[in-house]
Design a protein around this ligand. Structure first.
Ligand code: ASP
Ligand code: MG
Length: 521
């Protein structure tokens, strides 16, 4: 053991009940053939901080990021950054333009975005760093011009060339941010994320390969040990042969989670422009507030409702390693944001959010042939499959099935194919409302409470139990806002008003105790 290095150490850290994989032990105290004693300086465990495009859209935003990183400097930050806001879109459009044969126009269309980088550099960098960045931009422009020419000469979209071009968004933001941080006295180093995230060859939405963890540690650990702050572009990777790839739109969160999992981070912070995940849509419920803690499953349920903050797939690598994920607001960094943890036990409150989605169409298929038959549902779903229409909520009775869809582009074709299976009824202008919370698993009386608050509103397609953290139902879109407002009032605002009624007790997890006579009455 004196020479061999213990490669994987699992331990429990203060404040986190989960086992965490460590990559750095501090001092070897003593060892026996079976047990190794060592000290760990927990302050050495890194935190991954990811800043999205809106958090780096201009010089002021870069200033906010710098202030945030400064405060966090002691927590060994590893920074992952998106392209500056809107640049990825511009780069993709430039590729289409080059594809249509207009190479010159394609390159020119990026001028304003290069200018934005230069303005930020001019405002925030000293003379020397500024000059270095001007030449970085010049090189990038030159390479992109060449690539546009190649594409225009062979006008089929070439996925590897597209990724090569689009990657400049993150390559440039990482270099610029490292320089800006350096300018304010932080020991930041820009790292080419392509040397860490190794992927398959699925250009445009590549998946990480297993060697990513080792590659990432090889690159980042020496920097962290030298107390440097690595700054990596999100979204990008490279194949084993070294060809640039991208992980799919919004892929910077994914990069951050992959890197966090690889280095055994203490926490993954996703810095964006909202203060975490809210209890309801603030346009419907102005009193909506940030949810302090969510389980991964709750967060995944909420993602469907356009809580556009996170796609559950993107944080999976962190969740798998029990790394807590925190969603923070780079414009209001003092707000705690929302913490997402893997274990449901850590998020016990009854109801966390009232989510909804308007513009839903329901399709009901009724057929006596369904009774006691098998294969009926398969044929039904095949129709949706053929017309590439995603189904969201499903409820069934013995002779009918109701399904909800939000994409109605193939509705007429669907309807005519479904008629071969039974009578079809379609209703549009519906809204899905979901009451989401781990407490739904175990607390009696919640469904009764939900429906009693909206007992004058017509409810259909009730679905509960499928995920056990979600009670979903459908209402008329015109009544959605009032239903949501009342549910929010009952489950969240009543508490603040100090109303300690039965509802408050249910919400706290206490069983609703009732006098049996009262129930009968
Ligand atoms: N810049 C990339 C995009 O806009 C990746 C990201 O921001 O997450 O999709
Ligand atoms: Mg994003």
């Amino acid at each position: 053991m004196s020479k061999a290095v213990c490669a994987r150490i699992w331990c429990r850290l203060p404040g986190n009940p989960a086992w965490t994989r460590l990559f750095m032990a501090d001092k070897l105290l003593r060892f026996t053939p079976r047990v190794v004693f060592f000290t760990i300086d927990t302050s050495m465990i890194p935190t991954v901080m990811k800043f999205g495009g809106t958090s780096v859209e201009d010089a002021a935003a870069f200033g906010n990021v710098t202030a945030i990183v400064k405060v966090a400097a002691a927590s060994r930050p590893v920074i992952v950054v998106s392209a500056i806001g809107g640049f990825t879109n511009s780069l993709l459009q430039s590729v289409s333009r080059a594809c249509s044969g207009d190479a010159r126009g394609a390159t020119r269309s990026l001028d304003k975005d290069f200018e934005r980088h230069l303005t930020i550099a001019k405002e925030l960098l000293g003379k020397e760093a500024h000059a270095a960045f001007v030449s970085t931009i010049g090189d990038a422009r030159g390479k992109i011009r060449q690539l546009h020419r190649i594409i225009a000469a062979h006008p089929v979209t070439s996925p590897p060339l597209q990724d090569e071009i689009v990657a400049y968004g993150e390559l440039l933001s990482a270099q610029l941010l490292a320089m800006v941080l350096g300018e304010s006295g932080l020991g930041a180093r820009s790292v080419d994320a392509r040397s860490c995230i190794k992927t398959d060859e699925n250009y445009g939405s590549a998946a990480p390969r297993p060697e990513t963890a080792a590659a990432t540690n090889t690159v980042l650990m020496p920097l962290l040990q030298a107390a440097k702050i690595p700054v990596l572009g999100g979204f990008i990777g490279s194949t084993t042969r070294g060809v640039t790839t991208t992980l799919g739109r919004g892929g910077s969160d994914y990069s951050a989670a992959i890197i966090g999992a690889a280095i055994g981070a203490r926490e993954l912070q996703i810095w964006t422009d909202v203060s975490g995940v809210l209890t309801a849509d603030p346009r419907v419920v102005p009193q909506a507030r940030t949810i302090p803690v969510l389980s991964y499953q709750e967060a995944a349920e909420l993602a469907y409702f356009g809580a556009k903050v996170l796609h559950p797939k993107t944080i999976q690598p962190a969740i798998d390693q029990n790394i807590p994920v925190r969603v923070c607001n780079s414009r209001a960094p003092k707000e705690a944001g929302t913490l997402i943890v893997s274990e449901s036990g850590a998020a016990p409150q009854t109801v966390k959010a009232i989510a909804h989605k308007n513009g839903i169409t329901t399709v009901q298929v009724t057929s006596a042939r369904m009774l006691g038959a098998y294969g009926f549902l398969r044929r039904l779903f095949e129709v949706f499959d053929q017309h590439r229409t995603a189904v969201d909520v499903i409820t069934t009775s013995e002779v009918s099935v109701s399904l909800s869809i939000d994409d109605t582009s193939s509705l007429e074709a669907l309807r005519s194919d479904l008629r071969e299976l039974g009578t079809v009824e379609v209703e549009d202008q519906r809204a899905i409302i979901s009451v989401v919370g781990e407490g739904l698993r175990s607390t009696p009386g919640i469904a009764a409470q939900v429906f009693s608050v909206i007992n004058d509103i017509n409810v259909s397609m009730i679905s509960v139990g499928a995920s056990s953290v979600n009670l979903t139902f459908m209402v008329d879109q015109a009544q959605a806002a009032i239903a949501i407002a009342r549910l929010h009032q009952a489950f969240f605002e009543a508490r603040d008003a100090g109303v300690d009624d039965e509802m408050t007790q249910v919400r706290r997890g206490a069983p609703a105790v009732r006098d049996p006579e009262e129930v009968v009455a």
